[in-house]
Design a protein around this ligand. Structure first.
Ligand code: G3I
Length: 492
């Protein structure tokens, strides 16, 4: 459960030039937004339920369902009308599905699955490997015995639901607030337990999307967010099968919507995974926070859907904070309208890979083992315009297309080569120096450090690879490192 507030971005003063740049980009964004509002009104007629509104942009809107409430007609009427995705709140967890070792029970989980699918809804599985809600017999295991029990549990549960679920939260809440691994009994079986869980899951049901799910990973500057990001980045680079990151989005218990939430979503998405908001609730159902979190998802094409953690306030695990979209009487709250409006106004269509888990592992493999350099903010690739091979051609951002002019090889001498013999080259060492291609010459302006924090720094200048926008054609430069998403790239 969410127990502490994420830290917010540091108040360190920005350089004057960066401030000016942010003001300009903010103004451009405002003008652009105004332009869209005037020139391109949403052609869709407004939908009147959350699920239908989300579906207009190819997304879903879901809720957690508790089997014990399925006899409550107010509950089922709202849930059946409003949502098109369901997560079992407790009924597919390890204590529920394998109460005795090797003896699986799916009656409560199946009750929810059947209720949802009979109404045309999809189902997310939650969850297979978690430090909490383990059955008693599992809590007392450790070492290789627990490792085997985890594998057997994943195989047993996934076999029962094989081919039936949209996604599984394979591993839940494995990180501490500072970005280190939580010291659970599962962690005690070895640091590789998470990747073993994902590999087991892929084999057990190749059709389900496989997600890592956690809370307090919504603030991009927070240690836990960065820890999870590094793990996903590592998994993607090594081909560990993972398709999605679930951000629980519990803005209750002292947490609230961070201003950089969209950056977090787009940064995870740039690693080549879908993102989803999986357990949303907000203290007192703040309309601005609900609208903001919905808008952030709508703005990120790979944000595939939103799930609220319960139907009415009275159904919530934190009911005293009245955090949901319907009050205890089943009436729509103001937050409901703010979410519905944001869904109805959505622009980009979600671009999840269509065939579940088969899309992973890495989408990146290009001839010779070369990789894409993907901008965390834009999701676009570092590209040589028109596949030019001329010395001095400046590189830019462009939609990733898997072609040779986006295929970069990091050599043992820290060059980033393209077409075999051309190098990524800094045309100078000052701020805003152009980054171009040039015949490889072994000099320091053609050497780059690919850092674990996602930056790529020039050996000669010490400055970061940087791009001043997210659109196709934006030119790459070097600039003082500032810790922001426009300076983070992944080789994938
Ligand atoms: O069903 C028993 C009931 O028979 C018994 O009388 C009663 C006595 O306490 O307990 C009932 O079980 C409770 C169960 O919810 C069903 O209501 C458990 O005590 C209670 O611990 C359990 O809480 C759940 C919690 O996970 C446990 O970790 C919440 O419902 C559920 O909403 C919550 O969900 C988690 C997500 O899985 C992961 N992310 C955080 C989220 C909120 O904590």
């Amino acid at each position: 459960m969410a127990t502490s507030s994420p830290v917010h971005s540091s108040g360190a003063p920005r350089s004057r030039s960066l401030r000016v740049r942010l003001l300009i980009s903010g103004a451009v964004a405002a003008v652009a937004a105004l332009g869209v509002a005037i020139v391109m009104p949403n052609a869709n007629a407004a939908a009147s339920t959350l699920g239908a509104a989300a579906a207009q942009s190819g997304r879903y809107f879901g809720t957690a369902i508790a089997a014990s409430r399925l006899g409550d007609s107010t509950y089922t009427t709202i849930a059946g009308r409003e949502f098109n995705m369901v997560t079992a709140e407790n009924e597919m967890k390890p204590d529920a599905t394998e109460p005795q070792r090797g003896q699986f029970t799916f009656s409560a989980g199946d009750q929810i699955y059947n209720w949802a699918t009979q109404r045309g809804m999809k189902v997310r599985g939650h969850t297979l490997a978690w430090h909490a809600q383990q059955p008693g017999w599992m809590q007392s295991l450790g070492g290789s015995s627990l490792r085997q029990a985890m594998i057997d549990h994943i195989n047993g549960v996934m076999a029962h639901y094989k081919g039936k679920l949209a996604a599984w939260d394979v591993v839940n809440e494995a990180f501490n607030e500072d970005g280190s691994r939580r010291q659970s009994n599962l962690q005690g079986t070895g640091n590789d337990w998470i990747e073993v869980a994902f590999r087991t899951a892929r084999n057990a049901d190749p059709s389900a999307k496989l997600c890592y799910n956690d809370y307090n990973i919504e603030n991009w500057s927070y240690g836990k967010t960065q820890g999870v990001y590094r793990m996903i980045q590592d998994f993607r680079s090594r081909g560990v099968p993972i398709d999605c990151v679930g951000l629980q989005t519990h803005f209750t218990g002292g947490s609230s919507l961070p201003s950089n939430f969209q950056t977090t979503l787009s940064s995870f998405a740039a690693l080549g995974v879908d993102v989803a908001l999986t357990e949303v609730d907000v203290t007192n159902a703040s309309t601005t926070q609900y609208a903001g979190l919905t808008q952030a998802c709508m703005n990120v094409p790979r944000c595939i859907g939103i799930t609220v953690w319960g139907v009415r306030d009275s159904d919530s695990w934190r009911s005293s904070e009245s955090p949901l979209l319907f009050d205890g009487g089943g009436n729509k709250k103001a937050a409901y309208t703010s979410v519905l409006n944001a869904l109805n106004a959505a622009g980009p269509t979600a671009t999840s890979s269509p065939t579940g888990g088969t899309a992973s592992p890495s989408p990146t493999v290009t001839p010779g083992g070369a990789k894409r350099i993907v901008g965390a903010q834009s999701g676009r690739c570092v590209d040589v315009p028109n596949a030019s091979r001329n010395n001095g051609t400046r590189v830019q951002l462009y939609d990733c297309n898997g072609q040779v002019n986006q295929a970069w090889t990091l050599t043992s001498s820290r060059q980033l080569t393209v077409y075999g013999s051309m190098c990524l080259d800094a045309a100078g060492s000052g701020n805003a120096s152009a980054v171009q291609i040039y015949s490889c010459n072994g000099q320091a302006n053609q050497q780059w450090n690919v850092n674990s924090n996602g930056t790529i720094t020039g050996v000669q200048s010490g400055r970061c690879l940087d791009v001043w926008g997210t659109a196709n054609g934006q030119q790459i430069q070097i600039y003082d490192c500032n810790g922001q998403a426009n300076q983070r790239f992944s080789l994938s």
